[in-house]
Design a protein around this ligand. Structure first.
Ligand SMILES: C[S@@+](CC[C@H](N)C(=O)[O-])C[C@H]1O[C@@H](n2cnc3c(N)ncnc32)[C@H](O)[C@@H]1O
Length: 392
């Protein structure tokens, strides 16, 4: 990988052999995404679509018909199996490395979170884990977001931090801050006069985005919530290690314990597509409730399928059926404007737009292969990020 991940204190280190294995997995995955998967379009145009037309007397009407037809084709079967295999290999190559340095990493986390700290951590052992998180290992990450094996477990946070860096080819930058930097860039453009006093991040995972927000808005109080205790312990240690003050708490974004009208800004990055369809409605309602009048909610997400041609929508939907992302398809079918309006926002105050993504914001363009016409997510090296939100 051209971009090297920065060692921030709690990031797992890779031994020589572990680094070699991770590098192989990355190279293999890049080969599959770059050389094998693109063959699906030719398979569709040359074999699958003509066979479908012959059989049905028409073209596929939606991405589901297209997918079912593609699932019978050898090219798609091979590319899909390879994509899934490399995904599993990636997590394994990082997980085993973390297990080897388990004690060291926990000691480092203790070191950064003991004594006087800039931020805080409040865990809630009684939190009812939403089933869409507790019963699913999203993107095939072993243990998912909710596994919490010990009082000082930080495994899932460390796994995500290193695994996502490899998955994205370092596109998010050495500190994995590209998504946060993209959010800040977007905020500065969309709301140039914004001077938030209180900011809430929903689904903070490793806390990388929260730390970027803390640096970009030094006068604001930053609150960041997630449901995973081991993620939050890691996020707290990571934020302290990089010198930022963030207040982390274990909360379900559907039922926050913050007061009504207590935030100027609510932000999420890549969270909504991992929630069930009732949950996303509850989260929107909470965004509306906790925002002050004039405050904004800003969600960085994948764009809706309605904006894509059928084959692209089918490609983006791969994760729903093959990458443990069961809500990906249904969430991306939702009418986001109706969703926000249903939560209490005025239709005229809802926005949906594309903006420069993680690579452009982290300065990694030129180091990694980024296509400015593609979208981050399933396309991996995509240059654009989709933003959806509303002003209250
Ligand atoms: C793909 S990760 C988000 C990455 C992160 N926001 C970033 O910028 O790097 C999705 C996160 O959302 C969290 N999440 C999902 N549903 C949630 C909910 N109802 N309440 C709080 N967090 C939630 C998951 O636990 C997970 O950590």
């Amino acid at each position: 990988m051209a971009v090297k991940q920065a060692q921030h204190g709690v990031l797992p280190e890779a031994s020589h052999d572990e680094a070699a294995r991770q590098s192989f997995v990355f190279g293999f995955s890049k080969h599959v995404m770059g050389q094998v998967t693109p063959g699906n379009r030719a398979a569709y145009e040359n074999r699958v679509a003509p066979a479908f037309a012959k059989r049905e007397g028409r073209a596929p009407q939606d991405r589901h018909e297209l997918r079912k037809a593609m699932e019978r084709d050898g090219q798609f079967q091979v590319s899909s199996a390879l994509q899934r295999t490399t995904q599993e290999m990636l997590w394994d190559s990082v997980g085993e490395s973390i297990e080897r340095q388990w004690d060291t990493l926990r000691d480092r986390a203790h070191h950064f979170t003991s004594g006087k700290t800039r931020g805080t951590l409040a865990l809630d052992p009684a939190l009812a884990m939403p089933s869409y998180i507790g019963r699913n290992d999203h993107h095939a990450m072993p243990g998912g977001y909710s596994t919490d094996l010990a009082d000082d477990d930080i495994f899932s946070g460390a796994l995500y931090d290193r695994g996502a860096f490899i998955y994205t080819d370092g596109l998010l930058g050495p500190y994995m801050e590209g998504s946060g930097l993209s959010v800040v860039k977007f905020l500065r453009t969309q709301f140039p006069d914004l001077k938030p006093r209180r900011i809430l991040e929903l689904g903070c995972t490793t806390g990388a985005t929260a730390s970027v927000l803390a640096r970009a808005f030094p006068d604001a109080e930053i609150q960041a919530v997630d449901v995973g205790a081991a993620l939050l312990r890691y996020a707290h240690a990571r934020a302290e290690a990089v010198g930022t003050g963030v207040h982390f708490s274990q909360q379900n974004a559907e039922h926050l314990n913050f007061a009504d009208e207590s935030f100027d800004l609510v932000v999420s990055n890549a969270v909504l597509h991992e929630t069930a369809s009732q949950a996303i409605r509850n989260i929107m309602a909470e965004c509306h409730r906790v925002l002050k009048n004039g405050g904004a909610m800003v969600h960085a997400e994948q764009p809706q399928f309605a904006s894509m041609d059928l084959f692209k929508a089918f490609t983006h939907d791969w994760d729903t059926y093959n990458n443990n992302e069961p809500f990906w398809g249904t969430v991306h079918d939702l009418d986001l404007e109706d969703l926000a309006v249903g939560a209490g926002f005025a239709r005229t105050d809802v926005f949906q737009t594309f903006a420069p993504g993680a690579a452009a914001s982290a300065g990694t363009v030129g180091h990694v292969a980024v296509d400015p016409t593609k979208i981050m997510g399933s396309d991996r090296g995509g240059g654009l990020k989709f933003y959806f939100g509303a002003v209250k």
